[in-house]
Design a protein around this ligand. Structure first.
Ligand SMILES: Cc1cc2nc3c(=O)[nH]c(=O)nc-3n(C[C@H](O)[C@H](O)[C@H](O)COP(=O)(O)OP(=O)(O)OC[C@H]3O[C@@H](n4cnc5c(N)ncnc54)[C@H](O)[C@@H]3O)c2cc1C
Length: 474
Protein backbone atom coordinates (compact mmCIF):
# COMPACT_ATOMS: atom_id res chain seq x y z
CA UNK A 1 0.00 0.00 0.00
CA UNK A 2 1.36 3.46 -0.88
CA UNK A 3 1.41 5.86 2.04
CA UNK A 4 2.41 9.49 1.63
CA UNK A 5 3.02 12.16 4.21
CA UNK A 6 0.31 14.65 3.65
CA UNK A 7 1.89 17.73 2.04
CA UNK A 8 -0.95 19.94 3.32
CA UNK A 9 0.14 19.13 6.91
CA UNK A 10 -3.33 17.86 7.52
CA UNK A 11 -3.93 15.53 10.44
CA UNK A 12 -4.82 12.07 9.27
CA UNK A 13 -6.37 10.46 12.38
CA UNK A 14 -10.02 11.29 13.02
CA UNK A 15 -12.95 10.13 15.10
CA UNK A 16 -14.86 9.51 11.87
CA UNK A 17 -14.16 9.29 8.16
CA UNK A 18 -17.17 9.85 5.91
CA UNK A 19 -16.87 8.42 2.40
CA UNK A 20 -19.07 10.58 0.17
CA UNK A 21 -20.37 14.08 0.96
CA UNK A 22 -23.75 13.59 -0.70
CA UNK A 23 -27.10 14.01 1.05
CA UNK A 24 -26.32 11.38 3.69
CA UNK A 25 -22.61 12.12 4.19
CA UNK A 26 -22.95 15.92 4.33
CA UNK A 27 -25.91 15.75 6.73
CA UNK A 28 -24.29 13.31 9.17
CA UNK A 29 -21.08 15.39 9.04
CA UNK A 30 -23.06 18.53 9.89
CA UNK A 31 -24.84 16.84 12.80
CA UNK A 32 -21.84 15.05 14.31
CA UNK A 33 -19.53 17.97 13.51
CA UNK A 34 -21.72 20.19 15.64
CA UNK A 35 -21.25 17.73 18.52
CA UNK A 36 -17.47 18.23 18.32
CA UNK A 37 -16.43 14.99 16.63
CA UNK A 38 -13.33 15.21 14.42
CA UNK A 39 -14.40 14.24 10.94
CA UNK A 40 -12.75 13.73 7.55
CA UNK A 41 -15.44 14.40 4.95
CA UNK A 42 -14.19 12.91 1.70
CA UNK A 43 -15.73 13.39 -1.73
CA UNK A 44 -14.29 13.37 -5.20
CA UNK A 45 -16.22 16.54 -6.03
CA UNK A 46 -17.50 19.33 -3.78
CA UNK A 47 -18.79 21.56 -6.61
CA UNK A 48 -22.45 22.43 -7.15
CA UNK A 49 -24.22 19.90 -9.37
CA UNK A 50 -27.51 20.21 -11.19
CA UNK A 51 -29.25 17.02 -10.05
CA UNK A 52 -32.73 15.58 -10.45
CA UNK A 53 -32.63 13.53 -7.26
CA UNK A 54 -33.73 14.52 -3.75
CA UNK A 55 -35.77 17.54 -4.78
CA UNK A 56 -38.88 16.87 -2.70
CA UNK A 57 -38.62 16.61 1.06
CA UNK A 58 -41.67 14.99 2.57
CA UNK A 59 -42.92 16.52 5.86
CA UNK A 60 -41.29 13.61 7.74
CA UNK A 61 -37.90 14.60 6.28
CA UNK A 62 -38.43 18.28 7.06
CA UNK A 63 -39.39 17.45 10.64
CA UNK A 64 -36.34 15.24 11.09
CA UNK A 65 -34.07 17.92 9.59
CA UNK A 66 -35.48 20.29 12.19
CA UNK A 67 -34.83 17.74 14.95
CA UNK A 68 -31.22 17.49 13.73
CA UNK A 69 -30.98 21.31 14.01
CA UNK A 70 -30.40 21.68 10.27
CA UNK A 71 -33.65 23.12 8.93
CA UNK A 72 -31.96 26.44 8.15
CA UNK A 73 -30.08 24.61 5.35
CA UNK A 74 -33.33 24.88 3.37
CA UNK A 75 -33.04 28.67 3.33
CA UNK A 76 -31.57 31.10 0.83
CA UNK A 77 -32.28 29.44 -2.51
CA UNK A 78 -36.00 29.86 -3.29
CA UNK A 79 -37.14 26.49 -1.87
CA UNK A 80 -40.92 26.03 -2.11
CA UNK A 81 -43.36 24.82 0.54
CA UNK A 82 -45.41 21.80 -0.50
CA UNK A 83 -48.77 21.46 1.25
CA UNK A 84 -50.08 18.18 -0.13
CA UNK A 85 -50.73 16.21 -3.30
CA UNK A 86 -52.85 16.56 -6.39
CA UNK A 87 -54.00 13.42 -8.20
CA UNK A 88 -54.44 13.97 -11.91
CA UNK A 89 -56.27 11.88 -14.48
CA UNK A 90 -56.21 14.17 -17.53
CA UNK A 91 -58.65 16.97 -16.74
CA UNK A 92 -60.13 15.05 -13.80
CA UNK A 93 -58.34 15.84 -10.54
CA UNK A 94 -58.50 16.52 -6.81
CA UNK A 95 -56.07 17.44 -4.06
CA UNK A 96 -55.31 16.21 -0.53
CA UNK A 97 -53.62 18.31 2.13
CA UNK A 98 -50.99 17.05 4.58
CA UNK A 99 -53.00 18.85 7.29
CA UNK A 100 -56.55 17.80 7.98
CA UNK A 101 -57.29 20.96 9.99
CA UNK A 102 -56.68 23.41 7.15
CA UNK A 103 -53.41 24.61 8.74
CA UNK A 104 -49.98 24.52 7.11
CA UNK A 105 -48.24 22.93 10.09
CA UNK A 106 -47.02 19.85 8.30
CA UNK A 107 -45.52 20.68 4.95
CA UNK A 108 -42.93 19.34 2.62
CA UNK A 109 -40.37 21.39 0.70
CA UNK A 110 -39.44 21.38 -2.98
CA UNK A 111 -35.78 22.26 -3.51
CA UNK A 112 -33.04 22.70 -6.01
CA UNK A 113 -31.18 19.67 -4.75
CA UNK A 114 -27.73 21.01 -5.69
CA UNK A 115 -28.20 24.20 -3.65
CA UNK A 116 -29.59 22.26 -0.70
CA UNK A 117 -26.60 19.91 -0.74
CA UNK A 118 -24.15 22.83 -0.91
CA UNK A 119 -25.84 24.35 2.17
CA UNK A 120 -25.52 21.06 4.06
CA UNK A 121 -21.83 20.82 3.11
CA UNK A 122 -21.24 24.45 4.08
CA UNK A 123 -22.83 23.82 7.46
CA UNK A 124 -20.67 20.72 8.03
CA UNK A 125 -17.49 22.51 7.00
CA UNK A 126 -18.27 25.51 9.22
CA UNK A 127 -17.04 23.40 12.16
CA UNK A 128 -13.26 23.50 12.57
CA UNK A 129 -13.27 19.86 13.56
CA UNK A 130 -14.67 18.85 10.13
CA UNK A 131 -12.02 18.60 7.45
CA UNK A 132 -12.93 18.72 3.75
CA UNK A 133 -10.90 16.25 1.72
CA UNK A 134 -11.23 16.25 -2.04
CA UNK A 135 -10.31 12.86 -3.36
CA UNK A 136 -11.62 9.57 -4.64
CA UNK A 137 -11.68 6.84 -2.02
CA UNK A 138 -9.99 3.82 -3.57
CA UNK A 139 -9.85 1.38 -0.70
CA UNK A 140 -11.28 0.78 2.75
CA UNK A 141 -8.42 -0.47 4.92
CA UNK A 142 -8.49 -3.00 7.73
CA UNK A 143 -6.00 -4.10 10.36
CA UNK A 144 -4.84 -7.70 10.99
CA UNK A 145 -7.92 -8.43 13.08
CA UNK A 146 -10.25 -7.32 10.27
CA UNK A 147 -11.27 -4.07 11.98
CA UNK A 148 -11.71 -1.21 9.53
CA UNK A 149 -9.08 1.39 10.34
CA UNK A 150 -9.57 3.94 7.58
CA UNK A 151 -9.39 4.60 3.85
CA UNK A 152 -6.98 5.30 1.03
CA UNK A 153 -7.94 8.11 -1.32
CA UNK A 154 -6.49 9.46 -4.52
CA UNK A 155 -5.81 13.17 -4.80
CA UNK A 156 -6.36 14.10 -8.44
CA UNK A 157 -4.38 17.35 -8.32
CA UNK A 158 -1.33 15.86 -6.62
CA UNK A 159 -1.76 12.55 -8.44
CA UNK A 160 -0.97 10.72 -5.20
CA UNK A 161 -2.69 8.36 -2.82
CA UNK A 162 -3.07 9.15 0.90
CA UNK A 163 -4.21 7.18 3.93
CA UNK A 164 -6.66 8.40 6.53
CA UNK A 165 -7.38 6.68 9.84
CA UNK A 166 -10.42 6.82 12.08
CA UNK A 167 -12.21 4.92 14.83
CA UNK A 168 -15.28 4.71 12.59
CA UNK A 169 -15.71 4.89 8.82
CA UNK A 170 -19.16 5.86 7.56
CA UNK A 171 -19.66 4.63 4.00
CA UNK A 172 -22.15 6.85 2.17
CA UNK A 173 -20.96 6.69 -1.41
CA UNK A 174 -24.44 6.74 -2.95
CA UNK A 175 -26.40 4.48 -5.24
CA UNK A 176 -23.42 3.42 -7.38
CA UNK A 177 -21.56 2.52 -4.17
CA UNK A 178 -18.40 0.57 -4.89
CA UNK A 179 -17.94 -0.46 -1.28
CA UNK A 180 -21.37 -1.73 -0.27
CA UNK A 181 -20.69 -5.32 -1.34
CA UNK A 182 -18.04 -5.67 1.41
CA UNK A 183 -20.43 -4.42 4.07
CA UNK A 184 -23.79 -5.89 3.03
CA UNK A 185 -25.47 -8.48 0.85
CA UNK A 186 -26.96 -6.13 -1.73
CA UNK A 187 -29.72 -7.38 -4.01
CA UNK A 188 -30.35 -4.48 -6.31
CA UNK A 189 -32.97 -4.27 -9.02
CA UNK A 190 -33.93 -1.51 -11.43
CA UNK A 191 -37.70 -0.99 -11.30
CA UNK A 192 -37.91 1.68 -14.00
CA UNK A 193 -36.23 4.89 -15.19
CA UNK A 194 -37.22 8.50 -14.62
CA UNK A 195 -36.78 11.12 -17.31
CA UNK A 196 -36.24 14.39 -15.43
CA UNK A 197 -37.38 17.60 -17.10
CA UNK A 198 -37.63 21.15 -15.74
CA UNK A 199 -40.85 22.95 -16.68
CA UNK A 200 -40.39 26.70 -16.67
CA UNK A 201 -43.26 28.92 -15.47
CA UNK A 202 -45.55 25.91 -15.41
CA UNK A 203 -49.09 26.53 -14.28
CA UNK A 204 -49.66 23.64 -11.86
CA UNK A 205 -53.29 22.60 -11.23
CA UNK A 206 -52.60 22.81 -7.47
CA UNK A 207 -49.86 25.35 -6.73
CA UNK A 208 -47.37 24.29 -4.03
CA UNK A 209 -48.46 20.68 -4.22
CA UNK A 210 -46.85 17.49 -5.45
CA UNK A 211 -48.77 15.97 -8.36
CA UNK A 212 -49.16 12.35 -9.37
CA UNK A 213 -50.03 11.95 -13.03
CA UNK A 214 -52.08 8.78 -13.30
CA UNK A 215 -53.31 8.66 -16.87
CA UNK A 216 -50.37 6.91 -18.53
CA UNK A 217 -49.67 3.21 -17.99
CA UNK A 218 -47.22 4.02 -15.19
CA UNK A 219 -47.17 7.05 -12.87
CA UNK A 220 -45.17 10.26 -13.24
CA UNK A 221 -44.75 12.97 -10.64
CA UNK A 222 -44.12 16.69 -10.54
CA UNK A 223 -43.57 19.36 -7.90
CA UNK A 224 -42.22 22.89 -7.64
CA UNK A 225 -38.46 23.21 -7.07
CA UNK A 226 -38.31 27.03 -7.21
CA UNK A 227 -40.82 29.84 -7.67
CA UNK A 228 -40.47 29.55 -11.47
CA UNK A 229 -39.60 25.88 -12.00
CA UNK A 230 -41.46 22.61 -11.70
CA UNK A 231 -39.67 19.29 -11.84
CA UNK A 232 -41.46 16.55 -13.72
CA UNK A 233 -40.16 13.00 -13.41
CA UNK A 234 -41.65 10.98 -16.24
CA UNK A 235 -41.63 7.24 -15.71
CA UNK A 236 -40.10 5.04 -18.40
CA UNK A 237 -41.16 1.54 -17.36
CA UNK A 238 -38.10 -0.43 -18.36
CA UNK A 239 -34.94 -1.64 -16.67
CA UNK A 240 -32.95 -0.24 -19.60
CA UNK A 241 -32.81 3.53 -20.07
CA UNK A 242 -34.54 5.25 -23.00
CA UNK A 243 -32.24 6.25 -25.85
CA UNK A 244 -31.61 9.97 -26.19
CA UNK A 245 -33.04 11.63 -29.28
CA UNK A 246 -36.20 10.50 -31.05
CA UNK A 247 -37.00 7.66 -28.61
CA UNK A 248 -37.40 10.01 -25.62
CA UNK A 249 -39.08 12.71 -27.67
CA UNK A 250 -41.64 10.34 -29.16
CA UNK A 251 -42.27 8.67 -25.82
CA UNK A 252 -43.08 12.03 -24.23
CA UNK A 253 -45.16 13.14 -27.23
CA UNK A 254 -47.27 9.96 -27.37
CA UNK A 255 -47.47 8.81 -23.76
CA UNK A 256 -47.35 11.92 -21.58
CA UNK A 257 -48.24 15.12 -23.44
CA UNK A 258 -51.77 14.09 -24.51
CA UNK A 259 -52.75 13.25 -20.94
CA UNK A 260 -51.44 16.36 -19.18
CA UNK A 261 -53.89 18.96 -17.88
CA UNK A 262 -54.26 21.66 -20.57
CA UNK A 263 -52.64 24.34 -18.42
CA UNK A 264 -49.40 22.32 -18.10
CA UNK A 265 -49.04 21.57 -21.80
CA UNK A 266 -47.34 24.80 -23.02
CA UNK A 267 -44.43 24.52 -20.56
CA UNK A 268 -44.12 20.78 -21.23
CA UNK A 269 -43.99 21.31 -25.00
CA UNK A 270 -41.40 24.06 -24.58
CA UNK A 271 -39.26 21.74 -22.44
CA UNK A 272 -39.62 18.94 -25.02
CA UNK A 273 -38.32 21.26 -27.72
CA UNK A 274 -35.45 22.39 -25.51
CA UNK A 275 -34.57 18.73 -25.07
CA UNK A 276 -32.69 18.96 -21.75
CA UNK A 277 -33.54 15.55 -20.33
CA UNK A 278 -31.80 13.81 -17.46
CA UNK A 279 -32.23 10.11 -17.03
CA UNK A 280 -31.90 8.19 -13.78
CA UNK A 281 -32.41 4.55 -12.90
CA UNK A 282 -34.95 3.83 -10.13
CA UNK A 283 -33.59 1.15 -7.84
CA UNK A 284 -35.03 -1.05 -5.19
CA UNK A 285 -32.50 -2.47 -2.75
CA UNK A 286 -33.54 -3.63 0.70
CA UNK A 287 -30.97 -3.15 3.44
CA UNK A 288 -29.00 -6.31 4.24
CA UNK A 289 -26.02 -5.04 6.21
CA UNK A 290 -23.16 -7.07 7.65
CA UNK A 291 -21.55 -6.08 10.90
CA UNK A 292 -17.89 -5.17 10.35
CA UNK A 293 -16.02 -3.56 13.21
CA UNK A 294 -15.09 0.07 12.56
CA UNK A 295 -17.54 0.70 9.69
CA UNK A 296 -21.17 1.43 8.97
CA UNK A 297 -23.28 2.00 5.84
CA UNK A 298 -25.58 5.00 5.39
CA UNK A 299 -27.81 6.37 2.62
CA UNK A 300 -28.27 4.78 -0.79
CA UNK A 301 -25.16 2.69 -0.22
CA UNK A 302 -27.29 0.77 2.30
CA UNK A 303 -30.89 0.98 1.12
CA UNK A 304 -32.90 2.25 -1.88
CA UNK A 305 -36.57 2.46 -2.82
CA UNK A 306 -38.52 3.76 -5.83
CA UNK A 307 -38.39 7.57 -5.86
CA UNK A 308 -42.09 7.96 -6.78
CA UNK A 309 -42.96 8.95 -3.19
CA UNK A 310 -39.83 11.05 -2.56
CA UNK A 311 -39.01 8.90 0.47
CA UNK A 312 -35.21 8.80 0.20
CA UNK A 313 -34.46 11.72 2.48
CA UNK A 314 -37.18 10.73 4.95
CA UNK A 315 -35.30 7.46 5.44
CA UNK A 316 -31.81 9.00 5.41
CA UNK A 317 -32.52 11.73 7.97
CA UNK A 318 -34.18 9.20 10.28
CA UNK A 319 -31.10 6.98 9.89
CA UNK A 320 -28.79 9.85 10.74
CA UNK A 321 -30.79 10.63 13.86
CA UNK A 322 -30.70 7.01 15.02
CA UNK A 323 -27.07 6.26 14.14
CA UNK A 324 -25.67 9.54 15.47
CA UNK A 325 -27.55 9.51 18.73
CA UNK A 326 -26.61 5.92 19.49
CA UNK A 327 -22.97 6.77 18.76
CA UNK A 328 -23.19 9.92 20.86
CA UNK A 329 -24.26 7.86 23.85
CA UNK A 330 -20.62 6.70 23.96
CA UNK A 331 -17.90 8.95 25.43
CA UNK A 332 -15.71 8.25 22.38
CA UNK A 333 -15.42 5.69 19.57
CA UNK A 334 -12.19 4.03 20.72
CA UNK A 335 -13.80 0.79 21.88
CA UNK A 336 -14.57 -0.98 18.59
CA UNK A 337 -16.77 -3.58 20.30
CA UNK A 338 -18.96 -0.93 21.89
CA UNK A 339 -19.23 0.99 18.62
CA UNK A 340 -20.24 -2.24 16.89
CA UNK A 341 -22.99 -2.78 19.45
CA UNK A 342 -24.38 0.67 18.65
CA UNK A 343 -24.15 0.04 14.91
CA UNK A 344 -26.10 -3.19 15.38
CA UNK A 345 -28.87 -1.35 17.24
CA UNK A 346 -28.92 1.30 14.48
CA UNK A 347 -29.34 -1.32 11.73
CA UNK A 348 -32.17 -3.00 13.61
CA UNK A 349 -34.01 0.17 14.52
CA UNK A 350 -33.58 1.92 11.19
CA UNK A 351 -35.05 -1.11 9.45
CA UNK A 352 -38.08 -0.84 11.68
CA UNK A 353 -38.32 2.95 11.30
CA UNK A 354 -38.07 2.96 7.50
CA UNK A 355 -40.03 -0.15 6.54
CA UNK A 356 -43.17 1.85 5.76
CA UNK A 357 -41.31 4.35 3.58
CA UNK A 358 -39.68 1.52 1.65
CA UNK A 359 -42.80 -0.62 1.27
CA UNK A 360 -45.03 2.25 0.27
CA UNK A 361 -42.64 3.57 -2.39
CA UNK A 362 -42.55 0.33 -4.36
CA UNK A 363 -46.09 -0.75 -3.52
CA UNK A 364 -47.48 2.53 -4.81
CA UNK A 365 -45.46 2.22 -8.00
CA UNK A 366 -46.96 -1.27 -8.45
CA UNK A 367 -50.49 -0.06 -7.68
CA UNK A 368 -50.25 2.94 -9.99
CA UNK A 369 -48.99 0.71 -12.80
CA UNK A 370 -52.00 -1.61 -12.49
CA UNK A 371 -55.17 -0.41 -14.23
CA UNK A 372 -57.69 -1.81 -11.72
CA UNK A 373 -55.75 -0.87 -8.60
CA UNK A 374 -55.00 2.58 -9.96
CA UNK A 375 -58.72 3.19 -10.43
CA UNK A 376 -59.39 1.89 -6.91
CA UNK A 377 -56.79 4.13 -5.27
CA UNK A 378 -58.06 7.20 -7.14
CA UNK A 379 -61.66 6.64 -6.03
CA UNK A 380 -60.63 5.71 -2.49
CA UNK A 381 -58.56 8.84 -1.94
CA UNK A 382 -61.17 11.01 -3.63
CA UNK A 383 -63.58 10.14 -0.84
CA UNK A 384 -61.42 12.37 1.37
CA UNK A 385 -61.53 12.36 5.18
CA UNK A 386 -59.61 9.56 6.87
CA UNK A 387 -59.47 7.64 3.59
CA UNK A 388 -57.17 10.30 2.20
CA UNK A 389 -55.49 11.61 5.36
CA UNK A 390 -53.96 8.40 6.67
CA UNK A 391 -52.44 7.24 3.35
CA UNK A 392 -50.93 10.72 2.96
CA UNK A 393 -49.51 10.58 6.49
CA UNK A 394 -47.90 7.26 5.61
CA UNK A 395 -46.46 8.76 2.43
CA UNK A 396 -45.26 11.85 4.27
CA UNK A 397 -43.26 9.73 6.72
CA UNK A 398 -45.33 11.05 9.61
CA UNK A 399 -47.10 7.74 10.34
CA UNK A 400 -44.66 4.84 10.57
CA UNK A 401 -46.91 2.18 12.10
CA UNK A 402 -46.72 -0.98 9.96
CA UNK A 403 -50.13 -2.38 10.80
CA UNK A 404 -51.74 0.88 9.68
CA UNK A 405 -49.92 0.67 6.34
CA UNK A 406 -51.05 -2.91 5.73
CA UNK A 407 -54.61 -2.16 6.79
CA UNK A 408 -54.93 0.77 4.40
CA UNK A 409 -53.20 -1.03 1.53
CA UNK A 410 -55.65 -3.91 1.64
CA UNK A 411 -58.47 -1.47 2.42
CA UNK A 412 -57.91 0.11 -0.99
CA UNK A 413 -57.86 -3.27 -2.74
CA UNK A 414 -61.03 -4.42 -0.95
CA UNK A 415 -62.72 -1.12 -1.80
CA UNK A 416 -61.84 -1.56 -5.49
CA UNK A 417 -62.98 -5.17 -5.47
CA UNK A 418 -66.33 -4.32 -3.82
CA UNK A 419 -66.95 -1.45 -6.23
CA UNK A 420 -66.46 -3.75 -9.19
CA UNK A 421 -68.93 -6.27 -7.80
CA UNK A 422 -71.50 -3.59 -6.97
CA UNK A 423 -71.11 -2.23 -10.47
CA UNK A 424 -71.76 -5.61 -12.13
CA UNK A 425 -71.94 -9.05 -10.51
CA UNK A 426 -70.24 -10.49 -13.58
CA UNK A 427 -67.13 -8.53 -12.58
CA UNK A 428 -66.24 -11.32 -10.18
CA UNK A 429 -63.05 -12.24 -12.08
CA UNK A 430 -61.82 -8.63 -12.04
CA UNK A 431 -62.79 -8.26 -8.37
CA UNK A 432 -60.69 -11.30 -7.47
CA UNK A 433 -57.81 -10.15 -9.67
CA UNK A 434 -57.54 -6.83 -7.88
CA UNK A 435 -57.08 -8.63 -4.54
CA UNK A 436 -54.65 -11.11 -6.05
CA UNK A 437 -52.57 -8.34 -7.67
CA UNK A 438 -52.52 -6.30 -4.45
CA UNK A 439 -51.29 -9.31 -2.50
CA UNK A 440 -48.57 -10.03 -5.06
CA UNK A 441 -47.36 -6.43 -5.06
CA UNK A 442 -46.96 -6.16 -1.31
CA UNK A 443 -45.93 -9.69 -0.36
CA UNK A 444 -42.24 -9.52 -1.45
CA UNK A 445 -41.90 -6.04 0.03
CA UNK A 446 -43.27 -7.15 3.39
CA UNK A 447 -40.95 -10.14 3.32
CA UNK A 448 -37.94 -7.86 2.82
CA UNK A 449 -38.94 -5.09 5.17
CA UNK A 450 -40.88 -6.55 8.09
CA UNK A 451 -40.63 -9.26 10.71
CA UNK A 452 -43.54 -10.52 12.77
CA UNK A 453 -42.10 -8.92 15.91
CA UNK A 454 -41.60 -5.54 14.22
CA UNK A 455 -45.37 -5.41 13.77
CA UNK A 456 -45.82 -5.22 17.52
CA UNK A 457 -42.70 -3.36 18.68
CA UNK A 458 -42.81 0.33 19.52
CA UNK A 459 -41.56 2.61 16.74
CA UNK A 460 -37.99 3.57 17.76
CA UNK A 461 -38.22 7.09 16.35
CA UNK A 462 -41.44 7.81 18.19
CA UNK A 463 -39.92 6.42 21.39
CA UNK A 464 -36.73 8.53 21.17
CA UNK A 465 -38.53 11.71 20.22
CA UNK A 466 -40.54 11.35 23.41
CA UNK A 467 -37.65 10.10 25.53
CA UNK A 468 -34.33 11.14 23.92
CA UNK A 469 -31.22 8.97 24.10
CA UNK A 470 -28.76 10.39 26.64
CA UNK A 471 -25.93 11.96 24.66
CA UNK A 472 -22.34 12.53 25.78
CA UNK A 473 -21.08 15.41 23.64
CA UNK A 474 -17.54 16.83 23.48
C1 LIG B 1 -34.65 9.96 -9.96
C2 LIG B 1 -34.59 10.05 -8.47
C3 LIG B 1 -35.32 11.03 -7.82
C4 LIG B 1 -35.30 11.10 -6.44
N1 LIG B 1 -36.07 12.05 -5.84
C5 LIG B 1 -36.11 12.10 -4.49
C6 LIG B 1 -36.92 13.08 -3.84
O1 LIG B 1 -37.59 13.90 -4.47
N2 LIG B 1 -36.94 13.09 -2.47
C7 LIG B 1 -36.20 12.20 -1.73
O2 LIG B 1 -36.27 12.25 -0.50
N3 LIG B 1 -35.41 11.27 -2.34
C8 LIG B 1 -35.34 11.22 -3.68
N4 LIG B 1 -34.53 10.30 -4.29
C9 LIG B 1 -33.63 9.49 -3.46
C10 LIG B 1 -32.45 10.36 -2.98
O3 LIG B 1 -31.98 11.13 -4.04
C11 LIG B 1 -31.33 9.51 -2.43
O4 LIG B 1 -31.86 8.66 -1.44
C12 LIG B 1 -30.20 10.37 -1.83
O5 LIG B 1 -29.73 11.31 -2.76
C13 LIG B 1 -29.06 9.46 -1.43
O6 LIG B 1 -28.07 10.20 -0.80
P1 LIG B 1 -26.61 9.58 -0.61
O7 LIG B 1 -25.83 10.56 0.18
O8 LIG B 1 -26.70 8.19 -0.16
O9 LIG B 1 -26.03 9.54 -2.10
P2 LIG B 1 -25.58 10.77 -2.99
O10 LIG B 1 -26.34 11.99 -2.63
O11 LIG B 1 -25.62 10.29 -4.38
O12 LIG B 1 -24.07 11.02 -2.56
C14 LIG B 1 -23.03 10.12 -2.76
C15 LIG B 1 -21.73 10.94 -2.74
O13 LIG B 1 -20.63 10.06 -2.68
C16 LIG B 1 -19.59 10.55 -3.52
N5 LIG B 1 -18.76 9.40 -3.87
C17 LIG B 1 -19.15 8.25 -4.46
N6 LIG B 1 -18.11 7.40 -4.57
C18 LIG B 1 -17.03 8.04 -4.01
C19 LIG B 1 -15.68 7.67 -3.80
N7 LIG B 1 -15.21 6.46 -4.16
N8 LIG B 1 -14.86 8.56 -3.23
C20 LIG B 1 -15.32 9.78 -2.83
N9 LIG B 1 -16.59 10.16 -2.98
C21 LIG B 1 -17.44 9.30 -3.56
C22 LIG B 1 -20.34 11.17 -4.69
O14 LIG B 1 -19.53 12.12 -5.36
C23 LIG B 1 -21.54 11.80 -3.99
O15 LIG B 1 -21.30 13.13 -3.61
C24 LIG B 1 -34.52 10.20 -5.68
C25 LIG B 1 -33.77 9.22 -6.33
C26 LIG B 1 -33.81 9.14 -7.70
C27 LIG B 1 -33.02 8.07 -8.40
Amino acid sequence: MITHQNPKKMKNKFDIIIVGAGMAGATVAAYLGKQGKTIALVDRDFDYKDRIVAELLQPGAVKMLETLGLKHCLEGFDAQPVYGYGLIKGEEMFSISYNDDGSKDKSGVGVNSGHFLQNLRKEALSYQNVQQIKGEVKRINEDESGKIEGVTYYDNELELEFNLEADLTIISDGFYSRFRQDFSNPEKEITSHFIGIVLKNCDLPFPNHGHVLMTSDTPSVCYPISSSEVRILVDFPSSTPPRRGPQIYNYLKDNILPFLPAKMKPSFEAAMEEGKFKIMANHYMPAKPLIRKGAVLLGDALNMRHPLTGGGLTAIFADIYLLSNHLLSLPNFKNADLVSTKVKVYYKERHHANANVNILANALYGVMSNQLLKEAVYEYLKKGGKNAQMPLKLLAGIERDHKTLIRYFFGVAAFGSTNLMVDKVTNVAKASKILYDAFNIIRPLIKNELTLTSLFEEQPLKKYLEQPIQLITT
